[in-house]
Design a protein around this ligand. Structure first.
Ligand SMILES: NC(=O)c1ccc[n+]([C@@H]2O[C@H](COP(=O)([O-])OP(=O)(O)OC[C@H]3O[C@@H](n4cnc5c(N)ncnc54)[C@H](O)[C@@H]3O)[C@@H](O)[C@H]2O)c1
Length: 457
């Protein structure tokens, strides 16, 4: 490379690693309250049991970046890769207090047994701690999840008053348990498919809609509204809109609250966003991608209703279009067939099985096939995501970040993103985005991985 060109490359590298904005991160002192709508579910109870097990040293939190992830700082030659939690102040899991709501009134010990994810011997060791956590009555509307039969539901009918009830409960919990910071993670069922409408457009139209019980306001939106009003960071683990509407995005900016979503990226979609970037980066063409699942837990039962499945389907389908960019590579990806199926099959419980058949083509158009058979455990893959969201959203809050947290895309099937941006689905870009944001928050230089500085400095 001629000298002038080399200098240009180096200068652009320096520019990109400049931290345009500095964040001051407050220390994580005091207790962190974790608010969970859907606290009796499989994901919630597996998450809570994991934290309690770790506190008793009877289990490791595998899969969690905030617990065991490292981050490289500086040049490769420095060999400096400390734990993330050693370079930046993160909440300690020992300071977490749980609080939640569910349509089913069982305490967390009973729900954990019913969820059938963890083995009973392990649950018995943390029985006392789990039994102390009981759900509050839920804000629920059967129209949004018809297959649920629980009766632990608030009596009030008006949405605005229901939001006020949630706010009161959150404030009381905060005061009684001496909580200093709050994060809410929606672990409730997937609600039926909703499109954005006028009532979602601004805070004033939304609050008017709450007062008039608008048909376009779902329970998860009422929880998200209550959380943001209380200054709690909000993360949405399901694909339903929830906080992904202009009204709540506006409120989150006004109240300086970070929000993110949607739909935990576990099982099949996790595999998809690992494989698809590889196929795309090698410019192999795609004729079709057929994905099917069998699943037998309560989530599977809710998704057995076509209206609820539609919400999940939209979320799962969006991934490939964004990774393959058919508009830029029409000859490779302009016409691929993508099908996703979820079949409710009770004998499997939480132990989902997913199959993918991928039809690709290469040099001169010759066809090839890839088969993936993933025998996973849904909640075992989701629990570390819940933990990381709790820890990193609390960090974002302490750093003064608010509105959509795109750096959390790593954890979601349908990442929330700013106006005019497309969602980033490629797991490797998402991981870089996450780690570079952590570097910035820690006051460290970002890394662009070009590696040119090893050769031209
Ligand atoms: N497990 C995974 O890998 C995974 C991946 C992506 C997304 N998700 C989503 O995460 C959510 C939780 O999954 P799960 O497997 O724990 O499901 P689950 O059915 O076991 O738990 C959901 C819980 O939410 C409760 N609920 C529903 N509506 C509620 C409301 N309005 N208020 C309070 N509680 C309410 C239900 O009673 C149930 O106990 C689902 O939406 C699911 O689609 C899960």
């Amino acid at each position: 490379m001629e000298k002038r060109k080399q200098e240009e490359v180096l200068n652009s590298l320096k520019d990109s690693s400049l931290m345009k904005k500095k964040f001051k991160v407050k220390k994580a002192t005091g207790k962190l309250g974790v608010l969970i709508p859907g606290i009796s579910g499989a994901v919630s109870t597996t998450f809570i049991a994991g934290i309690l097990a770790k506190k008793k040293n009877i289990g490791e939190l595998y899969g969690s970046l905030s617990e065991m992830g490292t981050i490289r700082l500086g040049k490769r030659t420095n060999k400096n890769s400390p734990l993330i939690k050693d370079i930046i102040s993160l909440a300690n899991i020992r300071d977490i207090e749980f609080f939640g709501w569910d349509v089913y009134g069982d305490n967390c010990y009973q729900s954990c047994l019913k969820a059938g994810v963890l083995n009973n011997n392990q649950i018995e060791i943390i029985k006392d701690e789990l039994s102390q956590i009981s759900p509050k009555k839920a804000v629920f509307n059967k129209k949004f999840a018809t297959n649920l039969k629980g009766k632990n539901i608030k009596k009030e009918k008006n949405y605005f008053k229901l939001a006020e009830e949630l706010i009161d409960e959150i404030k009381t919990f905060k005061k009684e348990k001496k909580i200093s910071r709050l994060v809410m993670v929606w672990c409730g069922s997937t609600e039926i498919f909703l499109k954005q409408s006028n009532v979602h457009k601004s805070i004033s139209s939304f609050e008017k809609g709450l007062k008039n019980n608008s048909k376009d306001i779902s329970p998860s939106m009422i929880y998200a509204y209550a959380a943001i009003k209380c200054g709690a960071a909000y993360a949405n683990g399901a694909p339903n809109l929830s906080a992904d509407i202009p009204a709540l995005i506006e409120l989150s900016k006004k109240n300086k609250v970070p929000i993110c979503g949607k739909d935990f990226k576990t099982g099949q979609t996790l595999m998809k966003t690992i494989l698809a970037p590889g196929i795309k980066n090698r410019l192999l063409g795609l004729n079709g991608w057929f994905s099917t699942n069998i699943l037998g837990n309560r989530d599977g039962e809710v998704l057995d209703n076509p209206k609820n499945f539609k919400t999940k389907e939209e979320s799962k389908l969006s991934v490939l279009d964004h990774i393959f960019q058919p508009d830029i590579y029409p000859e490779l990806y302009g016409d691929f067939y993508h099908k996703v199926r979820i079949n409710y099959y009770p004998p499997r419980g939480d132990e989902k099985e997913a199959w993918d058949n991928i039809d690709i083509f290469g040099w001169l158009g010759y066809p090839m096939q890839i088969k993936v058979n993933f025998l996973c455990r849904d909640s075992i893959l989701a629990a570390p995501i819940v933990l990381d969201l709790v820890i990193f959203m609390d960090l974002a809050q302490r750093a003064g970040m608010h509105g959509i947290q795109e750096w959390m895309s790593f954890y979601f099937k349908s990442p929330m993103h700013g106006d005019g941006l497309y969602p980033e689905h490629d797991l490797f870009i998402q991981s870089m985005k996450l780690k570079n944001t952590l570097r910035i928050l820690a006051g460290e230089k970002t890394i662009d991985h070009s590696g040119l500085d090893y050769y031209y400095e």
